[in-house]
Design a protein around this ligand. Sequence first.
Ligand code: PLP
Length: 325
Amino acid sequence: MTHRLFYAYARHAFVAALRMARVTTGSTVLLPHFICRDVLASIAAVGATPMFYDIDDDLQVSQNTMLPAATAMLAVNYFGFPADLARLRRQLSDSATMIIEDNAHGWLSADEHGVPLGTRTALGITSFRKTIRSIDGAFLDWNSDQLSSEIASPIALSTRTESLPLSYRVRTLVSSIDQRLSLQLMGIARTNVRRLRRLTGAASIDERAQEEWQLPEHEAVHQSSLERFQRTDLLAEVVRRRNTFETCQTLAQRFNIQTPTTQLAPHVSPQGFPFFAGSGETDAFRAAITQSKLGEVVGWPSLPSATMLGISSKLRTIQLVNFLR
Ligand SMILES: Cc1ncc(COP(=O)(O)O)c(C=O)c1O
């Protein structure tokens, strides 16, 4: 039987998933070297130790290594493209390791059989705020048939209803003007904020090192995010994402840009179009993306300080044409 509970962030859902996977103080959790560092805060919250595994340039687990025994492992569906779970399982040295599907990027996406990502293992986490514009929004999916009956279900939290911050309301308004009038005010504003930060000597992106061990304050999802979630036209969103991906693919071919996700399988709903910056004519490609209003080009968030991702790994150059609007 499948169950779902909402949270403010996928990191909170991940804490609940880790507890259900019986991860406790001293347990080991496997996660890829290529991961955003704030995910580590969930592992820290349950007192466990992270252990990193290798990911190839195709965003799948590297075939070269057997994965050591661990209580749980995180399998990431990067950018809404399904992690190859069969390949992962073949490389686990302990078949009892609980696989938690990290579907932070992939709400609405499904695998080759049409099975929604985030529901392919006993426990899955999804951050729907990365797919639709909402102040927060994530959920935990679990399948009680695949878990021991002794494991208690997490308790549902009441939604938050406080008024939304002005900065968020302005961003939402600007985004809806952009959509209606086909403008790019949001992108322009963001570029200017970054410029201003550089001028004042601050890092261009807000670097919050403490995110590696500190979870976001609010655990409960905001009511407005749930309403936004419920009124989303799911089919239209998937169609828009797939069409935008195909347009990006055509531009990428024109400018000889390499992507880790060469195939758009039938049920995939991509978070965006990932590409290797530095391959082909990157500047011309970025300019064409901006001109065609396909999405904002963003970098990968900061990696964990302890990551051993090779300094020359192509994964370090990944950027994303983000389809969030
Ligand atoms: C792969 C991955 N997993 C989990 C998360 C955490 O999601 P949230 O910010 O909703 O906690 C992120 C955040 O960027 C992510 O990229």
